[in-house]
Design a protein around this ligand. Structure first.
Ligand code: SF4
Length: 400
C-alpha cells in the first residue's frame, strides 16, 4: 500500500479521523429518526457490528427533537457512539431551532448543492452553529445534486457537452473545495472539516478522489453512492474503495448497500471490515485461508472443514476476545492437497494440508511454519479444532 496521504486530524465525538489514525468505519441508520427506540436500537446494532460512527437522518422538527431521546437511550445503555446528523435543505433551520440537538450531534453532514441559498446564507448559519458548538462538518458533494451554476457548464450551444463527465467531476471537486474555503473564511478551523465527493461509478469515484486528494489536506470520507443491491453493489464498492485505500487515500469509509429488507443494516459494516482486513490494515477476526479446490481435490472434506472452522470462530469469538489479547490476528490455512498445502500452511499460524487425489490419506498440520503432527481419519476436525484452541491458549496474552 502507498503511504497514507497526510491530512489534518478531525475529532468526531472522541473518534479521531485523519492520516495519523486508523481508517474509520461508519454507517447510516435507515429507521425513521422520529422513532427514537428503533433508531437507538439500530445504532447499537451497527456499533456492535463494528461501525465506529453512525449517521442519522435529521430532516424535520420531529427527527431533530428525537436526537435528544436517542442520545439519552444510548447514554443510559453505555453506548458512547459518535452521532452524525445528515442534513439536507433545512439543516440551518433545524440546527437553529434545536440547539440541544446541535450540541448533541458530533458532526453535521451538509451537501452544499442543496443547502438552499445562492448567497450561502443557509450554509453560513450551519457553519456558525458548528463553530459555536465546536463541531466538525462533512461537506459532502454528490454529482446528483450539484447546484445550477455548475450544471450550466455541461450545456454547450444548447446541447449536453461531450465532456459532460469531466465537467461534472471538476465541478464536484471545485464545489466542495470552495465550500470548505468558505467555511474556513467564516472561522471554522481546518481540523473541523471532512470532505466527500460521491459518484456512483467506480472509475469516476477513483478519478475524483485521486484528484481531490492532491488538492487539500482535509480527511476524505470514501463511499460509492447509490451502489445498488446484492453482489454487484458489493463488488463495485469493494473495487472502488480498495483501489483508493491502497493508494493511501481515504480516512473514513462507508459502503452504501440497498438492504434485502428494511431494518437490516449491518451487512455494509461487514463489507467495510472485510475491505480493511483484506488490505491487511486491520483484522477483526481470525483469517481462514482456504483453497478453492480443483481436479486434485479428493473429496468435499476441505469445504466441510473450512465451514466448521469458520463456525467455530463465530461461536467462540466473543469468549476468545474477552479472554485473550489480539486473538483476532491469528491466521489459519485449510488446503486441499500437497501442491500448495504445506507451503500455504507454513505461512499461517496454523495450517492443515488435506490429502488430494492419490495422496496418502493423512493431513500434516503446521504450527508457525513447523510440521507438528499428522491427522488421520474421522477425528481430523475435532483434533484440528483442539490444536487451534491450544495454540490460542499458549500464544495469546490472557486478559486478567
Ligand atoms: S491446494 Fe491443491 S486442491 Fe487446492 S486448489 Fe491448489 S492444487 Fe487444487
Amino acid at each position: 500500500m502507498d503511504k497514507r496521504r497526510e491530512t489534518y486530524d478531525v475529532d468526531v465525538g472522541g473518534v479521531k479521523i485523519g492520516s495519523s489514525h486508523p481508517i474509520r468505519i461508519q454507517s447510516m441508520t435507515n429507521t425513521q429518526t422520529e422513532d427514537s427506540i428503533k433508531t437507538a436500537s439500530q445504532i447499537k446494532e451497527l456499533y456492535d457490528s463494528g461501525s465506529e460512527l453512525v449517521r442519522i437522518t435529521v430532516n424535520n422538527e420531529e427527527s431533530a427533537k428525537s436526537v435528544i431521546k436517542i442520545k439519552d437511550i444510548l447514554v443510559k445503555s453505555n453506548y458512547n457512539v459518535p452521532l452524525i446528523g445528515d442534513f439536507h435543505y433545512n439543516g440551518h433551520t433545524l440546527l437553529t431551532n434545536h440547539p440541544e440537538t446541535a450540541s448533541i450531534l458530533d458532526k453535521y453532514r451538509v451537501n452544499p448543492g442543496n443547502v438552499g441559498s445562492s448567497d450561502n446564507k443557509n450554509f453560513s448559519e450551519i457553519i456558525e452553529i458548528a463553530k459555536n458548538n465546536n463541531k466538525a462538518i462533512r461537506i459532502g458533494g454528490n454529482w446528483g445534486s450539484l447546484n445550477k451554476t455548475y450544471l450550466e457548464r455541461t450545456v454547450v450551444d444548447g446541447k449536453k457537452s461531450e465532456d459532460y463527465e469531466d465537467i461534472i467531476k471538476n465541478a464536484l471537486i471545485e464545489s466542495v473545495l470552495k465550500s470548505a474555503e468558505f467555511a474556513e473564511g467564516l472561522g471554522l478551523s481546518s481540523d473541523k472539516i471532512i470532505l466527500s465527493c460521491k459518484v456512483s461509478s467506480v472509475s469516476q469515484l477513483v478519478d475524483v478522489y485521486t484528484d481531490i486528494a492532491k488538492k487539500c489536506k482535509y480527511p476524505l470520507h470514501l463511499g460509492l453512492t447509490e451502489a445498488g443491491m446484492g453482489d454487484e453493489a458489493m463488488v463495485s464498492s469493494v473495487a472502488a474503495l480498495a483501489i483508493l485505500i491502497n493508494q493511501g487515500i481515504g480516512d473514513t469509509i462507508r459502503v452504501s448497500l440497498t438492504p434485502d429488507q428494511m431494518g437490516v443494516r449491518t451487512k455494509e459494516v461487514e463489507v467495510c471490515k472485510n475491505i480493511l482486513s483484506s488490505l491487511n490494515l486491520k483484522q477483526f477476526k481470525p483469517k481462514v485461508v482456504s483453497c478453492p479446490g480443483c481436479g486434485r481435490t479428493s473429496s468435499s472434506y476441505f469445504i466441510e472443514l473450512t465451514k466448521d472452522i469458520n463456525k467455530h470462530i463465530e461461536n467462540n469469538m466473543i469468549r476468545w476476545k474477552s479472554n485473550y489479547k489480539n486473538v483476532e490476528n491469528i491466521n489459519i490455512a485449510v488446503m486441499g492437497c500437497i501442491v500448495n498445502g504445506p507451503g500455504e500452511s507454513k505461512h499461517a499460524n496454523i495450517g492443515i494440508s488435506l490429502p488430494g487425489t492419490n495422496e496418502s490419506p493423512s493431513a500434516p498440520v503446521y504450527v508457525d511454519g513447523e510440521k507438528v503432527t499428522t491427522l488421520r481419519g474421522d477425528a481430523i476436525k475435532d483434533d484440528f479444532l483442539g490444536i487451534i484452541e491450544n495454540y490460542i491458549d499458549k500464544n495469546y496474552e490472557k486478559i486478567n
